[in-house]
Design a protein around this ligand. Structure first.
Ligand code: NAD
Length: 472
């Protein structure tokens, strides 16, 4: 049982002003595994004041000093990677087969690149009679979701530290434990007091207070589009910078000349990893009508092949939903899909046979999906894949782009040239070609209602930078 009774503010573990604790559940066992304080507006005020006090000194440190702290944090995370992975498996339910590499080693690699990128803050550009310099944006608030908890946190923290910003972090209520472990590491590396502050609590209270706060210069939010809109509205009166990383309903366009078996197998696995709780999941598979029947059989075989079960079993591919509420949402969408006339060809059930507890949903496939159906337009955030037929490539591109979201996309085609031709027509911030891997050095973010920010790589740093023109 990980019982956290204090918040990390101004370099020390402090008693919260807010009363009570939020319980953290293991979604596979349904047991309580920890608790964190329910902070409130007074805790936000204290944390923002600490971050403000620390900003002047921290932002003026040489970039090499900040890079040194980032290096120290990389070492801490590397040394305690197993501990971090087991905390995330316990609070999120992601199987051990994936958790360490995806949820911990990936973010460590993402963090490490900022040891070098921090040096970009020193660059001065001469434009005519002006020197253009980079400065840190200020006090930043981070509001994060539960699905890739450390990844989301590092994606904001690494560039913010590199730029010279100070931060207040609010983790999700479902998976806050990793953030407390990270705060222990921050304490261990001796980051100056007030540079990193942690306030747990409800989004409507702690999150809104951060977004509204007149002394917060920037809010970086990752989560649902609905909550992101509320954050932007709360932030508007103080004209702070708002970086939004929101939901998705991404297409995988499989071309007529593609290796169908490879493409379908990859597409099913892409959605089922982390039980479909991935913002970039390619949840709309667009298939040539001429090969549709064949693709359905391939998809069904792959879905039935994936092992659903105990996250601690190394053979398990997908574990439970993160919470009972998320399972309810997903099962509601399974009902909606059937009412809309889509054909359920795999899954759709809650507990798999042999398990008597846990928030499970089996890998679920819907055939005969019309792209206008709710199950094709709304983010379900569960292991549910819509298989949608198209007539020709123009139709496929039209369907791919017929979405309020634009976070990610995928193309599978017979040649790279053909795939690139299609990729350039998709309105999304990412496009994965023939199963290309996630790249921590490339910018990540959404088009349309999937957001307006970019994380990772040099673009990630730019989010935390003000540019100043000094006229000589
Ligand atoms: P959510 O929107 O419910 O919550 C996200 C965070 O916002 C939580 O910390 C929550 O407490 C807080 N929050 C909620 N309401 C708030 C409010 N009114 N004001 C301020 N803060 C508030 O999202 P979730 O269920 O935790 O996560 C799933 C969502 O996140 C999905 O939509 C997914 O696509 C999205 N997501 C996007 C990305 C991306 O990079 N684009 C990455 C991961 C997840």
């Amino acid at each position: 049982m990980l019982k956290h009774t204090a918040l990390f503010i101004d370099g020390a573990w402090q008693r919260p002003c807010g009363e009570g604790f939020a319980q953290v559940f293991n979604p596979a066992t349904e047991q309580v595994i920890g608790q964190v304080p329910l902070g409130d507006e007074r805790d936000v005020d204290r944390a923002v004041a600490a971050a403000r006090k620390a900003f002047a000194g921290w932002s003026r440190t040489p970039s090499s000093v900040r890079a040194g702290f980032i290096r120290d944090l990389v070492e801490q995370l590397t040394a305690r990677a197993d501990e971090m992975a087991s905390v995330i498996t316990a609070e999120l339910g992601m199987p051990v087969q994936w958790c360490r590499s995806v949820q911990v080693e990936g973010p460590i690699a993402g963090l490490a690149q900022y040891i070098e990128i921090a040096g970009l803050m020193d660059q001065v550009r001469q434009v005519g009679n002006s020197q253009v310099v980079r400065e840190a944006v200020g006090v930043c608030a981070f509001i994060n979701p539960w699905n890739y908890p450390l990844h989301q946190l590092i994606g904001k923290l690494a560039p913010a530290l590199a730029a010279g910003c100070t931060v207040v972090v609010k983790p999700s209520q479902e998976t806050p434990l990793h953030a407390f472990l990270l705060a222990q590491m921050i304490e261990a590396i001796g980051l100056p007091a007030g540079v990193f502050n942690l306030v747990s609590g409800p989004g409507a209270k702690v999150g809104e207070a951060l977004a509204r706060h007149p002394d917060v210069d920037m809010v970086s939010f990752t989560g649902s589009t609905g909550a992101g809109v509320r954050v932007a509205q709360a932030a508007a009166p103080s004209v702070k910078r708002v970086c939004l990383e929101l939901g998705g309903k991404s297409p995988l366009l499989i071309a007529e000349d593609a290796d169908l078996a490879g493409a379908v197998r990859h597409g099913v696995q892409d959605v089922m990893i982390n039980s479909g709780q991935t913002c970039t999941a390619l949840t709309r598979m667009l298939l040539p009508a001429s090969r549709y029947a064949e693709a359905l059989e391939l998809a069904r075989a792959e879905a039935q092949n994936l092992v659903l079960g105990d996250p601690l079993d190394p053979a398990t591919f997908l574990g439970p939903m993160c919470s009972a509420g998320q399972r309810r949402t997903v099962l509601d969408y399974v009902r909606v899909g059937q009412e809309e006339g889509a054909r359920l060809i795999a899954g759709g059930t809650a507990l798999p046979s042999g398990l008597d507890k846990g928030f499970y949903v089996a890998p679920t496939l819907f055939a005969d999906v019309d792209n206008r159906m709710r199950i094709a337009q709304e983010e379900i955030f569960g292991p549910v894949l819509c298989l949608i037929p198209y007539r020709d490539e123009a139709h496929a591109v039209e369907l791919a782009n017929a979405s309020p979201f634009g976070l990610s996309s995928g193309v599978w085609a017979g040649t790279t040239e053909h795939a690139l031709h299609l990729a350039r027509q998709l309105r999304a911030g990412q496009c994965f070609v023939n199963g290309g891997a996630f790249n921590y050095h490339a910018p990540f973010g959404g088009y349309k209602q999937s957001g307006n920010g970019r994380e990772w790589g040099e673009e990630g740093l730019a989010e935390f930078v003000e540019t100043k023109a000094i006229q000589l």
